[in-house]
Design a protein around this ligand. Structure first.
Ligand code: 5GP
Ligand code: ZN
Length: 116
């Protein structure tokens, strides 16, 4: 499994940086974003370090997206949003700031929830 010792998300997977876990299996980890754009904002990451979608292996993508609905339902059941956005930034020009592939789960609470 690829690992980058300078990567903040690899450090989170190893437990070197604390995080609020939402879901974990052998290949995928999900945790609350430190910058909560809305309540319950969650990041889903593969444990295998791959910088972004341009380098993401098909197998890694399959493993990650196979559990996204389960994580989305867990977020819904915990935070009771009325909708939810999935977001994935790839490249600095697209506002990617952490270069370990991740999908944002952004719960939505209707007009005035402060996002978008
Ligand atoms: P990006 O802009 O790359 O799509 O998203 C990176 C996300 O990672 C940001 O929303 C940011 O708040 C989050 N983030 C960065 N460092 C940490 C951290 O140490 N812990 C957690 N929980 N989230 C982080
Ligand atoms: Zn990483």
């Amino acid at each position: 499994m690829a690992h980058d010792e300078n990567c903040v998300f690899c450090k989170i997977i190893k437990g070197e940086i604390p995080s609020a876990k939402v879901f974990e299996n052998e290949d995928v980890y999900a945790f609350l974003d430190i910058g909560q754009v809305t309540k319950g904002h969650t990041l889903v990451i593969p444990k295998d370090h791959q910088p972004n979608i341009f380098e993401l292996k098909e197998e890694t993508a399959a493993k990650l997206f196979s559990v996204v609905p389960t994580i989305a339902r867990a977020v819904r059941d915990t935070f009771n949003p009325v909708g939810l956005n999935l977001l994935n930034n790839n490249g600095e020009a697209a506002m990617q700031t952490v270069f370990h592939y991740h999908v944002h789960i952004i719960p939505r609470y209707g007009k005035g929830d402060g996002y978008g």
